[in-house]
Structure formats: structure tokens, C-alpha cells
Design a protein around this ligand. Structure first.
Ligand SMILES: [Zn+2]
Length: 213
């Protein structure tokens, strides 16, 4: 595969630093890093028909149908900056997006992280009430427990980071990604990487594997 035409879809559970890996990878390959949020913003900003359709769902606080999401992602990935390739990343892959992308020839990359490690990463986070900085009780603890090193405000445990909420996020992820990963593996375009390491290291390994073809 010519690297200049790398079209990558990064799939990772909450806690895998998917956005960070995508950022490093995109920088290494000289390609744009694109999320579902970017695709939606682009559709709404450019006032496309699909953007209007999407806005109607959003105004009604309804979940847009998967086909509409797929069309919007496909549209964003067809913009000029992505002509030579892209790093599209998502925590909520769907079969309709994948099916619509695979016609252009993609590699799906699964960031593999055991639930127990994802849970450790997410439930250990503590957020500063003052500056919003995110700390971690094990991997980036503050000098004084419960107090932000940067601004001195109190830290709190976000509801999203509570064990039950994290367990729910992970089960939703596996429910969505399971069939997608099975599909990509069966179709022969899935690369799996160990996501326990720092994002930069994962990006370096992936670049090496892609260069070797
Ligand atoms: Zn702070």
C-alpha cells in the first residue's frame, strides 16, 4: 500500500486515547485526522442538503439514522484535504459507515485494550473544578490528594467516570464495535494493535507496519 494514499479508520474503546493516536498518526503521515464531530460540523457549516437533514434530527433531539451519518462521514472524507488519504477515528463505529468507506479501500485499525485497563484509566480520572485539568490517581496524581497542582482548586470525580457509567460506556462500545470488527477481520482489512502503550508509540508502530505493507 502506498503510504501517500493511506485511508485509515481507527477504532478504539473509551480509555484508548483514540484521538491522540489519530493525531500522532496523521502528523506522521501528513494526512488530516477526522472525527465524526468534524464530519458533522463540516456538513452543517457548508449548508449541504445532508447538513440540513442532520440539523432537523438534532433540533428534534433525535438520533440521526446510520445511513445519514455514513453519508456525512463519506462526504467529509471526500473533501480536498482528504483526497490523498485520511485518519478517521471513532469510538462508535457502525457497519453502515464501514461499508460506505470500504469501497474506497481502507485499513481498519483496532486499538486493543482490555476492559479492566480501560476501566482503571477512566475511573481513576479526577477533574479540577477550577481549571478543568484532568488528573489521574495513579498515572498523573496531584502532589496533595484532591487538590489541583495547577490552580489549587478542588478535584472531583465526574459522573461519567464513575464505575457504573464506565461499565455502561464500555458495554455500549463492545455492542457497537463487535460486529464491525468481525466484519473487517473477515474482509481482511483489520489491523489490531496493543493500545496499552503511549499514543506516540502506537502511531510509530502502525506507521512501520503500514510501510512494510
Ligand atoms: Zn486546576
Amino acid at each position: 500500500m502506498a503510504l501517500a494514499k493511506a485511508r485509515l479508520v481507527l477504532i478504539g474503546s473509551p480509555g484508548t486515547e483514540t484521538a491522540e493516536v489519530a493525531g500522532h498518526l496523521a502528523a506522521r503521515l501528513g494526512l488530516p485526522s477526522i472525527s465524526i464531530r468534524d464530519a458533522i460540523q463540516s456538513a452543517v457549516r457548508t449548508g449541504s442538503e445532508r447538513g440540513d437533514e442532520l440539523r432537523r434530527f438534532m433540533n428534534a433531539e433525535q438520533l440521526p439514522p446510520p445511513e445519514l451519518i455514513a453519508a456525512i462521514v463519506r462526504r467529509r472524507l471526500g473533501e480536498p484535504d482528504a483526497v490523498d488519504g485520511f485518519v478517521y477515528w471513532t469510538e462508535f463505529p457502525t457497519l453502515s459507515v464501514m461499508r460506505s468507506l470500504e469501497t474506497v479501500g481502507i485499513h481498519a485499525v483496532e486499538l486493543v485494550l482490555a476492559n479492566v485497563e480501560a476501566t482503571r484509566r477512566l475511573t481513576g480520572r479526577r477533574t479540577c473544578r477550577g481549571c478543568g485539568m484532568i488528573w489521574h490517581i495513579e498515572s498523573s496524581p496531584t502532589l496533595v490528594e484532591g487538590v489541583c497542582d495547577r490552580c489549587g482548586s478542588a478535584l472531583f470525580h465526574r459522573d461519567d467516570d464513575a464505575p457504573a457509567a464506565v461499565a455502561h460506556q464500555l458495554s455500549v462500545y463492545h455492542e457497537h464495535s463487535g460486529p464491525v470488527l468481525v466484519h473487517c477481520r473477515a474482509a481482511g482489512f483489520l489491523i489490531s494493535v496493543d493500545a496499552t502503550r503511549p499514543a506516540e508509540e502506537i502511531a510509530a508502530e502502525l506507521t512501520g507496519r503500514l510501510e512494510r505493507g
